[in-house]
Ligand binder design. Structure first.
Ligand code: AVJ
Ligand code: FE
Length: 409
């Protein structure tokens, strides 16, 4: 398949999933803010259309956008604060806007020569950016559907027996030197430039921490013992009155999870998720271990190839799947890719040779040390952004994502 046909094909596949998600948003939530962190959920849908038109038609082709008012309303700009974003059109208007912007993006693809030097056009950079950007917002939309389901009545669900033979295990990793990051044209700016990194010998969990293990932490008073928490972590726990991971609901001896598509029973072997960085840190202290660094994470992930077909990803299930059941990498580690994002101890900062592209607001503005990096992708992450070098980042109080933890020592 030619490059243009490949882009057209993948743009269409990604959009089908966006529309599938839109069908799962109740009308009454479309234009409402449900949480401080987030814009109204409907904004995210229009925003993917606005973003692709902006980069392809506006920046690459240097042409005016089709609708100034909607281009503004769906933009992530300080002049358009989240409270203003409730003024977006209704469902039919959002769908129409998505269709009109997509038409222009595809027409531009037909028209352009991709074998050129222009940084936006060469090998279809702007279209590829649009695909990956849409995937990221799909995951945010899935996160927001959880917040919505928390406010809806949930069906009665059958409890899964709360017992397991799975035991956590640490794997010895001999130190070494590897190439961190990449110079692939289509990755985000924060994944560049490739550079050599040395890692000392360490140990890392064969799998992420499981839900069953998390309940052992809770049963041992994990959420009530300040000595397990950093000062900032305890202040957060206290303010939040956190007693369990976000979206966990007790169900007799077992637990249920309010997910993006409704409540479901938690399997004891699934990775613990919706954890803030502070919770992950407290758990590690309780276990007598620590979080891996970002370098350690990418080092272990650089052994073998990441194959999306082998990973739990892309909303193919209703939540994460039990750990340790998929093919391990050559070091014997399971679930590095997909299932849940894994918090690292590392602040989100630049690599040597970093240059912001295509705009400061994607990465650079967030590289001030306030965010921690998480790696690997989740069950809600789409294949186009499932890769070894992909860096995601959140503030340490963020517990709304599909975020888990793998221990190191
Ligand atoms: C990397 C998930 C934190 O959602 O703010 C989407 C991704 N950047 N549009 C975010 C992003 C611009 C970003 N995160
Ligand atoms: Fe965005």
């Amino acid at each position: 398949m030619g490059r243009k046909a490949d882009l057209r094909d993948r743009l269409t596949t990604v959009r089908e999933r966006t529309r599938w998600l839109l069908d799962r948003v109740p009308d009454e939530f479309l234009r409402r803010r449900v949480h401080d962190f987030y814009s109204p959920i409907g904004w995210h849908f229009g925003h993917v259309g606005r973003t692709e038109e902006y980069w392809v038609v506006g920046e690459a082709l240097k042409r005016p956008l089709l609708d100034d008012e909607l281009s503004f309303l769906f933009a992530d700009l300080v002049e358009n604060p989240k409270d203003n974003r409730v003024n977006i059109p209704d469902r039919a208007g959002i769908i129409e806007y998505l269709e009109r912007t997509r038409r222009r993006v595809l027409d531009a693809l037909d028209e352009c020569e991709l074998e050129c030097e222009d940084p936006y056009l060469a090998d279809g950079y702007a279209w590829e950016f649009a695909i990956q950007h849409e995937c990221q917002h799909q995951e945010t939309i899935a996160e927001m559907l959880q917040l919505i389901h928390k406010q809806l009545p949930s069906a009665v669900i059958e409890a899964v027996p709360w017992q397991t033979d799975l035991r956590s295990e640490m794997v010895d990793i001999p130190g070494g030197t590897f190439c961190m990051g990449t110079d692939d044209r289509h990755v985000y700016d924060n994944e560049k430039e490739p550079h050599e990194v040395s890692v000392a010998s360490f140990r890392i969990g064969r799998t992420p921490v499981t839900a069953f293990e998390w309940t052992q932490f809770m049963d041992d008073g994990g959420y009530r013992r300040p000595e397990l928490w950093s000062e900032a972590g305890w202040a957060w726990r206290d303010a939040e009155q956190a007693e369990a991971p976000e979206y966990w609901v007790r169900q007799g001896d077992a637990w249920a999870y309010i997910g993006p598509f409704g409540a479901r029973s938690i399997h004891p072997d699934e990775p613990a998720s919706s954890l803030s960085w502070f919770e992950a840190e407290a758990y590690a202290r309780w276990a007598g271990k620590r979080l891996p660094t970002e370098e350690e994470w990418e080092y272990v992930a650089s052994h073998g190839q990441i194959d999306p077909a082998e990973a739990c990803h892309g909303l193919a299930s209703w939540g994460p799947t039990p750990v340790g059941r998929r093919r391990p990498n050559p070091l014997g580690l399971h679930d590095l890719s997909g299932n849940v994002w894994e918090w690292t101890s590392t602040p989100f900062l630049t690599y040597p040779g970093f240059a912001a592209f295509p705009y400061d607001g994607y990465s650079k503005d967030h590289m001030k040390g306030a965010h921690r990096v998480c790696r690997g992708g989740s069950w809600a992450t789409a294949a186009p952004i499932l890769r070894r070098t992909f860096r995601n980042w959140y503030v340490p109080t963020y517990r709304q994502g599909f975020l888990g933890v793998r221990l190191a020592e």
